[in-house]
Design a binder for this molecule. Structure first.
Ligand SMILES: Cc1cc2nc3c(=O)[nH]c(=O)nc-3n(C[C@H](O)[C@H](O)[C@H](O)COP(=O)(O)OP(=O)(O)OC[C@H]3O[C@@H](n4cnc5c(N)ncnc54)[C@H](O)[C@@H]3O)c2cc1C
Length: 470
């Protein structure tokens, strides 16, 4: 096939989720010949089975919780209940709405050709799609991820759900074992717990959120436990058994036998790249079940084959998938030579309270040898949080000990995901603590809490500067 062939493209993007859609749009704007492939359904994980359905469902369980705790602010709600089919119908309505908007965006887009079908490599420049061959100079793999399910004896036989099935469940189970203590475990675990399910988080390690600093993870864990969510740590799973209607996890906890029974088991132990069906080896692309490694330009070991978003197995965050897709497209089209910048890497958990972070944690700063001062402030000592009865959690700011530049921030607190943006903006402009403290803040607001934490960083820096050199 020649490069003039109608089946030859400058760039073929595999997967029309967030990363792929934005990559195809970006590349298409250059006037080059671009194809976007996806077997459908269109919408991508975020819309169909990720961000949007979970946030719609969490809104219902959060409002239910608010109604149940309304007496704390002097409001008496006589009868509180919920209508599960209505919660799920509301979620389904928004998923359909967003998916149809995205599908129209893809189908009407001018800059690229959309082809409905799944791609599979035949060689480093050829794909099989719908029984036809397509060739391209460059490719972008943005085929997303699938839930990781560990090989544990009996798990398949007793049956389990992942987040995919949890979003379609007919009714909340009475008791649920949630395997894992990460983002999805916390969001969906709290959703079901607030609807009355007895939820047990089963952890392999010491605590939830293993990548986070102790203060952040333990504050969130305490909030979950205060709501009645049970956390069982240090569990080594040996097998699952069915006993009557129960699904029973049999394992060891610090050398002692342990059994945990429930009606349902939800596996939320992370996600892995969805690339197994691509025949990457025929294209000479290296991958493992957990990683499709890329360089700073999002190139795999085959420099003309890029990967972005969940398919890389690195960050499972939608705005990062979009950034990576756009970056890969720009590099592939010769529009940039700079590497992807993860300095402002940010994420959030939309549990109540939220957990969110941008930039460095204390642990990462120590690992990278970045000298930092750390300022924290609790919501239970903050004016707006006190009057609004939103006193759970705290914020934390990390600033470079010498320059005073803010290099990281974390929050466990109400509206934490939204609050974090202030720190993302500050870090974008490389604000120092002193510059940040000059920014006017409305009063009373939750946002003011950042001033307290930054002030604490600055006074620590002053103290360090004033300390005699030993
Ligand atoms: C329960 C849950 C909640 C989440 N909540 C959040 C959140 O609140 N905030 C956040 O930032 N992130 C969240 N995420 C993560 C976020 O949804 C993902 O990081 C993001 O959607 C990944 O986008 P992507 O483009 O990499 O992949 P996807 O959106 O999964 O797109 C992959 C596309 O590839 C297509 N495809 C598959 N195989 C082929 C093939 N062979 N050829 C062509 N196309 C193919 C698929 O049909 C799909 O359309 C959540 C995830 C889950 C599971």
């Amino acid at each position: 096939m020649t490069t003039e062939s109608p089946q030859h493209y400058d760039l073929i993007v595999l997967g029309a989720g967030s990363a792929g859609y934005w990559a195809a749009r970006t590349a298409g704007e250059t006037g080059k010949k671009v194809a976007l492939l996806d077997p459908g359904p269109l919408g991508g994980l975020c819309i169909l089975r990720g961000c949007m359905p979970t946030k719609a469902m969490l809104r219902s369980s959060d409002v239910l919780h608010l109604a149940k705790t309304a007496h704390e602010v002097g409001v008496l709600v006589k009868e509180v209940g919920y209508d599960f089919p209505a919660i799920m119908a509301r979620k389904a309505h928004w998923v359909a709405d967003f998916a149809s908007y995205r599908a129209q965006g893809i189908l009407k887009q001018q800059g690229f050709t959309f082809i409905q079908g799944a791609g599979r490599f035949r060689d480093a420049h050829t794909l099989d799609v719908n029984g036809e061959r397509l060739t391209a100079d460059k490719f972008l793999i943005s085929t997303g991820s699938t839930p990781y399910v560990p090989e544990v004896k009996g798990l398949k036989e007793v049956g389990y759900i992942t987040s995919d099935e949890a979003l379609e469940i007919a009714a909340p189970p009475k008791r649920m074992l949630v395997l894992g203590g990460g983002v999805i475990a916390l969001e969906l675990g709290q959703f079901f717990a607030r609807l009355g399910t007895e939820v047990t988080l089963v952890l392999r390690g010491e605590r939830i959120l293993t990548n986070e600093d102790d203060d952040v993870a333990l504050a969130m864990q305490a909030c979950l436990e205060a709501e009645g969510i049970r956390v069982v740590n240090h569990v080594h799973m040996e097998s699952f058994e069915r006993r009557g209607d129960d699904k029973v996890l049999v394992g060891l906890r610090q050398g002692e036998a342990i059994e945990l029974a429930a009606d349902e088991v939800m596996v939320t132990l992370g996600r892995v790249p969805n690339v197994g069906m691509l025949d990457l080896s025929l294209a000479g692309v290296h991958s493992t079940p957990f990683l499709l490694d890329v360089d700073g330009h999002m190139r795999t070991n085959q420099p003309h084959i890029y990967a972005a978003g969940d398919a890389t197995g690195r960050h499972f965050i939608v705005h990062v998938a979009i950034q990576e897709g756009i970056h890969a497209a720009k590099h592939a089209m010769g529009l940039t030579e700079t590497a992807m910048d993860y300095r402002l890497l940010a994420w959030a958990i939309y549990s109540d309270p939220n957990v969110a972070r941008v930039g460095l944690s204390e642990r990462e700063a120590a690992q990278r040898g970045v000298p930092v001062v750390v300022g924290t402030y609790p919501f239970d000592d903050q004016g707006k949080a006190l009057v609004a009865n939103l006193t759970k959690g705290h914020v934390k700011v990390l600033a470079h000990a010498e320059t005073g530049e803010i290099v990281g921030a974390a929050v466990v607190g109400a509206e934490g995901a939204d609050l974090l943006h202030e720190m993302i903006v500050a870090m974008h402009f490389r604000a120092t603590c002193r510059q940040f403290l000059e920014i006017p803040h409305l009063h009373p607001t939750l946002s003011e809490i950042w001033l307290d934490a930054v002030e604490e960083c600055e006074s620590q820096r002053q103290a360090l500067a004033a300390a005699p050199v030993s």
